[in-house]
Design a protein around this ligand. Structure first.
Ligand SMILES: Cc1ncc(C[n+]2csc(CCOP(=O)(O)OP(=O)(O)O)c2C)c(N)n1
Ligand SMILES: [Mg+2]
Length: 359
């Protein structure tokens, strides 16, 4: 830069982790220690479950039986791999795309469908869920996550917060403030960047001039790593290690993955990205490589796959049916908006309640 080098005051680097390649081959040196075959099979089933749920949601939305939906297809390894690393006591802080984690954490499926039909009633967090609600304002979950992590530390709890943010979310002030705060206080915050390469129509390269998103950890003085986000085992390993280390401070994990489908059901990605790009990522399908691995080890076959698919579809259909019994109360739209009820809003409420739309 034209300065005379007196002394170098800082050097940093970001490592990249992959354990299982696209063909399902394992890098034994990096294989997670505490991972029996049964657990990998269970994770694989959840990946299938998440993808089946996605397909059902898209179909319901197209039939007018769901309001909107943000598909997760392509991001199953990032979601299921990280969710299996959680301990019961760890707190899950989502944005709006982590449906796979809601599944692993046993969120009532019928409520899930009620929520995505547009009714807040379905988004209510169950007592034992140990997580926060779906958060649509991009990045705004991060200061909450840092605050919860700080509180856990303050109360001497042996627990971590695992927070999720998109590549787009990492450009928000909230993201930097949260990381900075957690770094200063050495709060047990594990942040998973679900870098799916797109923030609606804005590509990753227009999000930041930085080469990786993981290196944003460096400025906050915390650990940062980049992971193949389509590699179930790499995600599991990175998140497990970050949780184990969370008593010493935060970690930022960038999971490099791809949003295979539209941003939400209101979006048409063919307007801004090429079929060739999507085809390239298709080759890195996170589900296919786990299947290749399990089949090679004789732990999986097509018959089992069919059986599991039928069971999962049955669960999904039962939950949809139950969710469709839900009768929304139009008054709920007006609750919790103001501490008192303004006159104009009361008029609207009366009109909504009287309307036969809700019958
Ligand atoms: C503060 C704020 N600005 C804009 C939006 C509209 N919006 C919703 S999702 C989104 C893109 C988010 O991209 P990313 O963080 O990469 O997450 P992804 O949707 O790819 O999972 C935008 C701009 C919003 N919800 N909140
Ligand atoms: Mg994104």
């Amino acid at each position: 830069m034209g300065f005379l080098l007196i002394k170098r005051v800082f050097e940093g680097a970001i490592d990249y982790l992959q354990v299982m390649d696209e063909q399902g081959n394992i890098d034994q040196a990096n294989f997670p220690k505490d991972l029996p075959d049964q657990k990998i099979t269970d994770m694989y089933k959840y990946m299938l479950f998440a993808r089946a749920l996605d397909a059902k949601m898209l179909s319901l939305q197209r039939q007018g039986r769901a309001a909107t939906y943000a598909p997760l297809i392509g991001e199953e390894a990032t979601q299921i791999g990280s969710a299996f690393a959680f301990r019961n006591q760890d707190v899950f802080v989502p944005n709006f795309r982590q449906h796979g984690i809601f599944l692993v954490r046993n969120f009532p499926l019928d409520n899930f469908f009620v929520y995505w039909k547009g009714y807040e009633d379905g988004g209510k967090i169950p007592e034992n869920f140990n997580g926060t609600a779906v958060c649509v304002p991009v990045g705004s979950q991060m200061p909450h996550a840092a605050g919860i992590a700080f509180a856990l530390k303050h109360m001497n709890k042996d627990a971590a917060v695992i927070a999720y943010v998109g590549d787009g979310g990492t450009s928000e002030g909230d993201f930097y403030e949260a990381l900075n705060f957690a770094g200063v206080w050495k709060a047990p915050l594990v942040t998973v960047i679900e870098n799916n390469q797109w923030a609606i129509s804005v590509p990753r390269k227009d999000q930041t001039a930085a080469q990786t998103l993981a290196q944003k950890a460096i400025a906050a003085g915390i650990k940062g790593v980049q992971v193949d986000g389509n590699d179930l085992l790499a995600v599991y390993k990175a998140v497990s290690e970050a949780i184990a280390n969370s008593k010493n401070g935060p970690t930022l994990i960038e999971c490099v993955t791809y949003r295979m489908s539209m941003h939400t059901t209101a979006d048409d990605p063919t307007k801004y990205r090429t079929d060739e790009e999507v085809a390239e990522w298709q080759k890195r399908d996170p589900i296919a490589r786990v299947k290749a691995y399990l089949v090679k080890k004789n732990l999986w076959n097509d018959e089992l796959e069919k059986q599991i698919a039928d069971e999962q579809l049955k669960k999904i259909d039962e939950a949809v049916e139950k969710s469709e019994q839900f009768k929304p109360d139009p008054r709920s739209m007006y609750e919790n908006v103001y501490s008192f009820m303004p006159e104009e809003l009361k008029d609207e409420e009366d009109a909504a309640t009287a309307s036969n739309f809700w019958q």
